[in-house]
Design a protein around this ligand. Structure first.
Ligand code: PLP
Length: 396
């Protein structure tokens, strides 16, 4: 944990708002995953870079030994820039224009497809690479509707009912399938959901020879407040590993790999977003930010813990912490906050995942700076945008 005094010192040095990530927390979380799956002889983490895709973070992930999950050709290119090799990059598009898939195939990255039309298009490319398939297991799991993505009518994954068609197709076009993948959603607490999805994958995987991996996706729920539930990663590691090891014996392939694909688990708790009180009206505490910088509370109704780190005097009074955007952008409603004054530093927690990567220029606001603190050193890893960035692509 970065200490409040340290954070306050940083706000004297750098103008707020800015994000700060603690690389040692990321490292700790990565090691937690390794420990949880220690009984799996062939285990791999594909960091879902949509959560936080700044190159310095990607480099850290690579250094820790992670591979990377990407969903757009630009994420693929960022991963290359960060030093990942093609075989460490996994591209899992959903409805992505085919030219991106073609480009990724030509770059030699691992490709996972989830619909028959694009599998057919891929076969016609004749690039020789084998592919993996994302399956829709029809399992309801996830913190809210927007991040529950594996139900029957979801847009993700190839329906189980299409597996016969898949058999026919690969026979006709001589395509090789090297893996199966499932991603259920985000903020998942239930270990049973993962076990059920593993069983779906095993029942399909056993029909295909020469698989290299089975990917159980990400979605592990993290803690957002002190009394919050969070996934028991050791338990899930143990149970998935046991199920996987049993499957491996019946599948008779010692080299089969177990992959997981977490985003939030690795980076959410590592990040803080530091802002400043600009004005106060009744119970509304305005800060120099809005949903253009951190949209999760407004978009997902997500809880992010918020603290006034300038005032250490404990108070029980409740306030709304609001943004400057021309809509009702509440970072937190009726929150207990130490009495705020204009200029106080307000710290929003869990700003590591889906915060900067979901930021925008709405209301012609600039995206903030990002800092990385790692092994006692704090470095700027992305400069704050400037006005020029807003206009540089516009034709007057
Ligand atoms: C395909 C895929 N894998 C992994 C993830 C990571 O999910 P989380 O950040 O909840 O671990 C996502 C998130 O949307 C995803 O779409």
């Amino acid at each position: 944990m970065l200490k409040d005094n340290f954070l306050l010192e940083l706000t004297k040095q750098y103008e707020t708002p800015f994000y700060i990530y603690n690389g040692n927390v990321i490292e700790y979380k990565y090691k937690q995953l390794q420990n949880a799956f220690a009984n799996c002889s062939n285990f791999q983490v594909n960091y879902a870079m949509k959560a936080l895709s700044s190159i310095a973070i990607l480099k850290l992930m690579h250094q820790l030994g992670s591979c990377v999950d990407t969903v757009s050709i630009h994420e693929v290119k960022l991963a290359f820039l960060a030093g990942f090799n093609a075989d460490e990059i996994f591209f899992t598009p959903n409805g992505t224009p085919f030219h991106e898939i073609k480009e990724a195939a030509n770059l030699g990255v691992n490709i996972t497809l989830d619909n028959i039309i694009q599998i057919e298009q891929y076969a016609k490319l004749n690039v020789g690479n084998s592919i993996a398939i994302r399956i829709n297991p029809n399992i309801k799991a996830g913190g809210n509707k927007k991040i529950t993505v594996a139900k029957k009518k979801s847009k993700f994954g190839l329906s189980i009912s299409k597996v016969d068609k898949l058999h026919k197709l690969i026979k006709e076009c001589g395509l090789q399938i090297h893996g199966f993948h499932i991603h259920l959603g985000s903020d998942i607490l239930s270990i049973d959901s993962f076990k059920n999805s593993a069983n779906v994958l095993f029942s399909i995987a056993k029909q295909f020879k020469n698989l290299k991996f089975i990917n159980f996706g990400g979605g592990f729920k993290v803690k957002y407040k002190s009394d919050d539930d969070f996934i028991n990663i050791n338990e899930i590691g143990l149970q998935l590993t046991n199920a996987f090891n049993d499957f491996k014996v019946s599948y008779n392939n010692e080299h089969l790999k177990l992959i997981i694909e977490p985003g939030k688990f690795l980076v959410s708790n590592s990040g803080l977003f530091l802002t400043e009180v600009t004005t106060i009206k009744d119970r509304n505490i305005f800060i120099n930010s809005g949903f253009n910088h951190l949209i999760r509370p407004m978009y997902y109704d997500a809880y992010h813990h918020i603290r006034n780190i300038s005032n250490t005097k404990i108070s029980t009074k409740k306030y709304h912490i609001v943004g400057y955007i021309c809509e009702q952008d509440f970072f937190g409603k009726s929150r207990t906050l130490n009495k705020p004054h204009v200029g106080d530093i307000i710290c929003i927690e869990n700003a590591g995942a889906y915060s900067f990567t979901m930021a925008s220029n709405y209301n012609s606001r600039l995206r903030p700076m990002e800092l990385l603190h790692y092994n006692e050193e704090t470095k700027i890893i992305r400069k704050k945008e400037c006005f020029k960035d807003l206009v540089q692509n516009q034709i007057f």
